[in-house]
Design a protein around this ligand. Structure first.
Ligand SMILES: Cc1cc2nc3c(=O)[nH]c(=O)nc-3n(C[C@H](O)[C@H](O)[C@H](O)COP(=O)(O)O)c2cc1C
Length: 206
């Protein structure tokens, strides 16, 4: 029996393929800020959220809730973002990269908001538990980006939604802690990899 047809051979081959896919997805992923108009099918959105919920989480609390905003609601989302940013500017506040981010969100057919449902009622442990939960949500979001990459869908992890935190939460009818948003769509750009510090610049072998 050839090696690949034995159970262990098949497992080994499959395992190698999975490793290759994961490493490839990690190295090829880029933040995408230009998207095609082509809608993202709901099945893809479900697949991406399904990848998110496979992430590890502290005490398996799964501290994530997802709110999907599609094309029909996009203009209102962008209006809320821009009004909030304008208000901050009027008051002389810093709006960072939020206008640039709003432009990217305006092009994306889908934006998924991610909330932590436990922020207000963390049992006993307070801050520590919140830090653990936020890390868990980060893992879920990274799974979303990598599975989107694998499916040929571009993604953008967004925290500039915080510039419109209250208005967006109110609009979405959410009382929970907003952690981030992820815009998704078929990419209309192929950016080069952004610079990274080298492993030896950020690692100390103790
Ligand atoms: C927590 C977090 C928040 C981010 N927020 C934004 C954002 O609001 N707007 C934006 O355009 N990019 C945002 N990004 C994307 C980063 O700018 C991007 O990951 C970084 O520049 C590296 O580029 P790359 O993702 O293409 O490797 C965010 C990324 C992370 C992890």
């Amino acid at each position: 029996m050839p090696e690949a047809k034995s159970w262990s051979g098949l497992w080994q081959k499959n395992y190698e393929r999975i490793i290759m896919n994961t490493l490839e997805a990690i190295s090829q992923r880029r933040s995408i800020r230009r998207f095609k108009d082509t809608p993202v099918p709901d099945e893809m959105i479900v697949k991406i959220i399904n990848s998110a919920i496979q992430a590890p989480s502290g005490k398996n609390r799964q501290p994530w809730r997802f709110v999907v905003v599609k094309e029909d609601k996009r203009p209102e989302m962008i209006r809320i973002m821009r009004e909030s940013i304008a208000k901050i500017k009027e008051q002389g506040g810093d709006t960072g990269s939020s206008e640039w981010t709003s432009n990217a969100m305006e092009k994306a057919p889908v934006t998924i908001f991610i909330f932590n449902p436990y922020a207000e009622n963390t049992p006993g442990e307070g801050h520590t538990s919140n830090v653990v939960d936020v890390q868990s949500v980060g893992a879920a979001i990274q799974n979303m980006l990598l599975s989107a990459q694998e499916l040929g869908i571009g993604s953008l992890w967004i925290c500039d939604v915080f510039y419109a935190y209250n208005k967006l939460c109110e609009w979405l009818g959410e009382k929970h802690e907003m952690i981030a948003a992820v815009s998704l769509g078929y990419p209309d750009e192929q950016p080069n990899g952004r610079p990274r510090k080298l492993v030896n610049e950020v690692t100390r072998w103790f």
